[in-house]
Design a protein around this ligand. Structure first.
Ligand SMILES: NC(=O)c1ccc[n+]([C@@H]2O[C@H](COP(=O)([O-])OP(=O)(O)OC[C@H]3O[C@@H](n4cnc5c(N)ncnc54)[C@H](O)[C@@H]3O)[C@@H](O)[C@H]2O)c1
Length: 266
């Protein structure tokens, strides 16, 4: 029987105190992996790790601000010291603030690039320091539909997420000969705190102009945009990440997989 079994493997998931990262953590734990639940919100990382442990899984909560390069390196050193290696990395920490394009300041732009893009580069490099000599390891970088299409109210977010796609492809090529797979996932619409922040302005504007209720607008959003008829769940993204980190994805690298119910076909 084909089954994804991560027993004996570990995974570091950044942003795992959040919605999508938390779902990915649950899926890896269910598959038997030791999960490092990393987030700069310590309380949320601890809550997720406790939830996993209560279900019999293996999880370690760690406080990590992904904009702090030294802390990333220290954490990955610690993981390798504890477990002997780092098998899988999923970069999921991210932020988005809706701001009209002409009002976006340098500081806002720089901040989002640091959280969403530079952090991914630093975390990948830190992990690859150990993966490359072993010639073993799998990385998944969480991207977005905004990695494929710009937005007038999230230009800095979209720029950062286009960047993560280019970075993913570049790293994949750089380490392809080292037997390491580097891929991305573009989630569609997952109802999380970040998803709500991204969508809320738009929904508010439509509510005001049309007089329709939030529920009606959300349903029409699904009806018009998502062929499979529902928003995505964090677990939908988790199962894709698990597959991309499994031995069954040995020959897949540099790809960005849409997990969006058919919303985008590119
Ligand atoms: N929700 C969606 O619809 C959607 C769609 C496409 C892509 N994404 C991407 O998925 C990822 C997760 O988003 P989410 O929807 O779960 O949002 P979320 O807000 O629930 O989770 C994001 C997590 O990242 C953490 N984080 C933010 N900055 C950090 C930092 N500097 N260091 C460490 N942790 C930090 C937050 O504390 C939070 O726990 C993001 O990269 C986002 O861009 C989300």
């Amino acid at each position: 029987m084909v089954k994804i079994d991560m027993t004996g493997k570990n995974v570091l998931i950044t942003g795992a105190g959040g919605g999508i990262g938390g779902g990915i953590a649950d899926v890896f734990a269910e598959a038997g992996a030791k999960v490092y639940v990393a987030d700069w919100k310590t309380e949320n990382a601890e809550k997720k790790a406790e939830e996993i442990k209560a279900k019999g899984g293996n999880a370690v909560a760690v406080t990590l601000d992904v904009t702090k390069k030294d802390d990333i390196y220290a954490l990955i050193d610690r993981i390798v010291k504890e477990d002997g290696n780092i098998d899988n990395l999923v970069t999921c920490a991210g932020a988005c603030y809706n701001i009209p394009y002409m009002k976006t300041t340098d500081e806002q732009f720089r901040t989002l690039l640091e959280i969403n893009l530079l952090s991914v580069n630093n975390t990948c490099q830190a992990a690859l320091n150990y993966m490359v000599p072993r010639k073993q390891g799998k990385i998944v970088n969480i991207q977005s539909a905004s990695s494929r299409e710009g937005s007038p109210i999230c230009s800095h977010y979209s720029s950062s997420k286009f960047g993560v796609m280019g970075l993913t492809q570049s790293i994949a090529l750089a380490v392809a000969k080292e037997n390491i797979n580097v891929n991305g996932i573009c989630p569609g619409i997952v109802v999380t705190s970040l998803g709500a922040q991204q969508g809320s302005n738009l929904v508010d504007v439509i509510m005001k102009s049309s007089g329709q209720s939030r529920e009606v607008i959300l349903q029409s959003l699904v009806d018009r945009n998502i062929p499979m008829g529902r928003f995505q769940t964090a677990e939908d993204v988790g199962y894709a990440a698990l597959f991309l980190c499994s031995d069954y994805a040995q020959n897949i690298t540099g790809q960005s997989l849409n997990v969006d119910g058919g919303m985008r076909l590119n």
